[in-house]
Ligand binder design. Structure first.
Ligand code: 5GP
Ligand code: MN
Length: 352
């Protein structure tokens, strides 16, 4: 009995002034929900799940993504109605101006949403942040827990804390599952907990079809994506002394293969498939802007969030982070090689 109580309390939602928020949500409101720039499965899954739930409670919901998101997330119910601020800034700005409540999901820093952040800062309505990244900024209502592997799991906890489990239907469950599946690397990252699996058990009981969800997200690739993966793998540089690997893709290579949003997602993980390696990085020239987008992945104690923050103007989680470089590709690669030497002992000490 004691153990059961401990497990339940470890996943209980902690939000200051939750009763006040409950009261705000007891009357119909115009609500805007925001995911971060370059939204991933967890960002789209959590905003859609929350939006479906709040709509069922009688609210009027609009999701605004700072920029577009990959096709492999557009099958989700409601995904095609998401406003993309990059394509339609006027409409997005007005929706934010008219909102009576704003939900901020899967990010915690206004800098992650570009121009949308300026509109957000001008808005004086209550803001509710639900997120699992480190070092959150301050918002009116905050549910921040870095131990939870996906914001979608936190959305589930939120619905449960609201006492609204009867509103959790198959559609909401599908969105929540998608975010948990993608953010846990298909349930393999270490922060995938017993609570995560308990949540998934509840979702399965609401009729989600996990094979179809997996198929929609992972087995809908284009031949060109696989060819581009070939190019990335061909660029692989291995550093056995540092248990690290890096890859890169130039703008021209992406152009040649007609690279679409999301096409390079997951490439970085291949570097961690090398025996004994604990750190993998991919450098991808942005197709529109003059910088290099970087993805970092690690195993065990090697903290890529700290690495990305310190050296590449980014952040994220201990084993998955992103950042950027304003240098050109060769200079960026050189900077990385030099940094690896500084981290050599730390990398060698990682236990896997
Ligand atoms: P990805 O490599 O898939 O773009 O990002 C991995 C993780 O790092 C995600 O959780 C994402 O939210 C976070 N992340 C990616 N890019 C940035 C960035 O530029 N700044 C911060 N703070 N986090 C990032
Ligand atoms: Mn997430």
């Amino acid at each position: 009995m004691y153990i059961v109580r401990y497990i339940l309390s470890s996943q209980t939602m902690q939000m200051q002034n939750f009763e006040e928020l409950k009261k705000l949500l007891s009357q119909s409101k115009r609500i805007v929900l925001l995911p971060h720039r370059n939204p991933d499965g967890d960002a789209i899954g959590s905003t859609l799940a929350m939006s479906h739930y709040l709509t069922k409670k009688g609210h009027e919901c609009e999701i605004i993504a700072p920029n577009d998101f990959p096709k492999f997330l557009k099958w989700m119910d409601g995904a095609k109605r998401i406003s993309i601020a990059e394509y339609n800034p006027g409409k997005s700005r007005i929706l934010i101006e008219k909102a009576e409540l704003i939900f901020i999901l899967d990010f915690n820093s206004i800098s992650r949403i570009d121009e949308v952040g300026d509109w957000l800062q001008r808005s004086t309505v209550p803001k509710i942040m639900i997120d699992h990244h480190q070092e959150p900024e301050q918002f009116d209502f905050m549910y921040s827990d870095v131990s939870i592997p996906a914001t979608c799991q936190m959305v589930y906890n939120f619905i449960e804390a609201m006492g609204d489990m009867e509103l959790l239907d198959k559609t909401i469950s599908e969105c929540i599952y998608t975010g948990i599946m993608t953010d846990t690397g298909n349930f393999r990252f270490r922060n995938t907990s017993a609570s995560t699996h308990r949540v998934v058990a509840e979702l399965l009981e609401r009729g989600i079809e996990i094979d179809k969800i997996y198929n929609q997200v992972f087995d809908t690739q284009s031949p060109n994506r696989l060819k581009m993966l070939g190019l990335a793998l061909d660029s692989l540089e291995a550093f056995p002394q540092h248990r690290s690997a890096c890859m890169f893709l130039t703008r021209e290579q992406q152009f040649e293969y007609g690279s679409q949003k999301g096409d390079t997602e997951g490439f970085v993980n291949y570097g961690l498939g090398i025996s004994d390696f604990v750190f993998s990085v991919i450098f991808i020239e942005d197709q529109q802007n003059d910088f290099i987008k970087i993805s970092f992945r690690s195993k065990g104690s090697f903290d890529v969030n700290a690495f990305a923050r310190k050296h590449f103007n980014g952040g994220g989680h201990i084993n998955a982070a992103g950042g950027r470089s304003e240098l050109n590709m060769e200079e960026t690669l050189q900077k990385f090689r030099e940094l690896l030497d500084i981290y050599k002992e730390e990398l060698q000490a990682v236990q896997i």
